[in-house]
Design a protein around this ligand. Structure first.
Ligand code: SAM
Length: 245
C-alpha cells in the first residue's frame, strides 16, 4: 500500500536486517537515505536495486514536500545509515508531515544501538533516559549533564571514540559515583562491553588510546551503586598510598 515506511537497518551485522525490512525495501518506489553509498551496500547484500533519494539534515527542508506528495500513490521507505531512523537521525518531521497530509505511516522495527547497549550493560532497564549525543563543547556538555543529574533513571549516550575519555570525565565529575558501561561495536566482530564505575572508566579511557569504532555509554541511576567490597577498599587504599609524597 502507498505511504511512508520507517525501516530499521542493521547496526553492523547484515544478518540483522529483518525479512520484512528486506521485503519493503525491495518493493519501495523510492528509498529516502542518509548516504546512498551505505544503503547501496545493504541493497546489494539482498540483491535489490531501487531508486534512492538523499534525505539528510542539509536538504530535508527542501526535499520533504516532494517526498510527502509521492506517498499518496507510492511506497516511500526511510532508512538511515544504521539502526532505527529518527533515533539520533533525521525523520521525525517527515513522519509528522506525512501524517498531517493523511498518508499511511508505519514502522518496520529492528536494531537500535541504544536499546542494544541497554541489553548488554547489566544496569537497571526499568527506566532509561536517552540523551543521544551531548554537545561537543565542554561548557555545553557540562550544562547538559547537570540538567540530568537528578534524573532517577539509567542514562544512555552516543559518543565517538575520539571524545569518549572527555565524556566519561565530564560524567564522573557531574554525576558522582555511579556504575556505568561502555559498549562498543555492537553486533560486530570486536563487540565489547567494559563495565565499572564512572570514575574508574574515566581513568581507564584517559590512559588508553581512543577506542576505534562506534560507542554507546550507559550510566546507572543515582544512589544505587553497590557498597564497595573489602577488596575494592583495599585496592583504593593501596592506590591512594602510592600517591602520597
Ligand atoms: N539511528 C541509530 C540507532 O538506531 O542506533 C543511531 C544513529 S547515530 C547517528 C550513530 C551512533 O549510534 C554512533 O555514533 C554510536 O554512538 C551508535 N552506534 C551505532 N551503531 C553502533 C554499534 N554497532 N555499536 C555501538 N554503537 C553504535
Amino acid at each position: 500500500a502507498p505511504g511512508l515506511y520507517i525501516v530499521a537497518t542493521p547496526i553492523g551485522n547484515l544478518g540483522d536486517l529483518s525479512p520484512r525490512a528486506a521485503a519493503i525495501l525491495a518493493a519501495a518506489d523510492v528509498i529516502a537515505v542518509e548516504d546512498s553509498r551505505v544503503t547501496a551496500g545493504l541493497l546489494r547484500h539482498i540483491g535489490v536495486k531501487r531508486p534512492m533519494t538523499p534525505y539528510h539534515d542539509h536538504n530535508a527542508e527542501h526535499v520533504r514536500p516532494g517526498l510527502v506528495a509521492r506517498m499518496g500513490s507510492e511506497v516511500v521507505a526511510l532508512v538511515s545509515d544504521a539502526g532505527t531512523p529518527l533515533i539520533s537521525d533525521p525523520g521525525y518531521k517527515l513522519v509528522r508531515d506525512a501524517r498531517a497530509a493523511g498518508h499511511m505511516v508505519t514502522t518496520i522495527p529492528g536494531p537500535c544501538a541504544a536499546v542494544s547497549a541497554l541489553t548488554l550493560a547489566g544496569l537497571p532497564t526499568d527506566r532509561f533516559f536517552f540523551l543521544g549525543f551531548l554537545p561537543a563543547k565542554a561548557k555545553a556538555r557540562g550544562d547538559s549533564i547537570a540538567e540530568v543529574a537528578g534524573v532517577r533513571a539509567t542514562l544512555v549516550l552516543y559518543e565517538s571514540g575520539q571524545r569518549l575519555a572527555a565524556l566519561l570525565a565530564a560524567l564522573a565529575q557531574g554525576l558522582g559515583t555511579r556504575e556505568a558501561a561502555v559498549t562498543r561495536e555492537i553486533t560486530k566482530k570486536f563487540e565489547e562491553c567494559v563495565t565499572g564505575t564512572l570514575d574508574g572508566l574515566a581513568r581507564h579511557y584517559a590512559e588508553a588510546p581512543p577506542p576505534k569504532g562506534e560507542i554507546v555509554v550507559v550510566v546507572g541511576p543515582p544512589g544505587e551503586a553497590p557498597p564497595a567490597s573489602e577488596a575494592d577498599t583495599d585496592a583504593a587504599l593501596a592506590e591512594a598510598l602510592t600517591r602520597l609524597p
